[in-house]
Write a protein that binds this ligand. Structure first.
Ligand SMILES: Cc1cc2nc3c(=O)[nH]c(=O)nc-3n(C[C@H](O)[C@H](O)[C@H](O)COP(=O)(O)O)c2cc1C
Length: 204
């Protein structure tokens, strides 16, 4: 059985990125387990002084204090949850040209050398692996031009760089754009990608 980890990063009930994700989820085969991390409902621990020093102890192989270890165990649990999946479904709005802070918070908690990526004589390599479907929603239009990302798109460029760095490949991307232009524009954006989302889900 394969496992899909669905990570959503919008607090909105009528979230467009989550509407896209639901099309994907409904088209998944029976034999697929789905776990959902709703980042606006999950109570993520803060990145504290103890976590930042535990990170250094972890990298150096030195001893953590009891409190550092306790907080580091929360990080390890989140990384374990991330690692269990074969496929990542990520629904992410653009906020101020970038990611909602809750998704950045999650990345800052889970992303550490020798847990999600490593470096050896051949350079950096990802440890997590798996494949991904990412649905980006945006109020405006930040389509790539001449195969170059829009200069203000710090959303897909950042998330793609992170996923690549932890070994996720391929990353299938969907743009749901112009969502601030009213219900017809939202419907058109979702309809334009619905078949491709269903097709991808049926092949997971
Ligand atoms: C805090 C905030 C910041 C936003 N910043 C941008 C932005 O920089 N560019 C843009 O096109 N839309 C921006 N939007 C609009 C959202 O990207 C758009 O409404 C999108 O559909 C939200 O995704 P959701 O429907 O899945 O919640 C912003 C919305 C919020 C709430």
């Amino acid at each position: 059985m394969s496992k899909v980890l669905y990570i959503s990063a919008s607090p909105r009930t009528m979230s467009v990125s989550n509407q896209g994700a639901r099309i994907f989820l409904e088209a998944l085969g029976d034999n697929i387990e789905v776990e959902h991390i709703d980042l606006f409902k999950r109570n993520l621990p803060e990145v504290t002084e103890e976590i930042t020093s535990a990170k250094v102890h972890f990298m150096m192989g030195s001893t953590m204090s009891m409190e550092e270890q306790r907080q580091w165990n929360q990080v390890l649990q989140l990384v374990e949850e991330l690692k269990q999946a074969d496929h990542y479904l990520i629904a992410v709005p653009m906020w101020n040209f970038s990611l909602p802070y809750k998704l950045k918070h999650y990345i800052d908690l889970v992303n550490h050398p020798n847990l999600t990526f490593a470096r050896d004589e051949n350079g950096p390599r990802g440890i997590i692996g798996g494949t991904a479907t990412v649905i980006y929603s945006r109020g405006g239009d930040y389509s790539p031009k001449n195969e170059q990302p829009d200069p203000l798109d710090f959303q897909s460029t950042y998330l793609r760089a992170w996923l690549t760095s932890i070994g996720v490949s391929p990353i299938n991307e969907f743009l749901l754009q112009q969502t601030m232009f009213g219900p017809d524009a939202i419907k058109n954006a979702i309809d334009a990608e619905a078949n491709r989302l269903r097709e991808l889900a049926s092949n997971i």
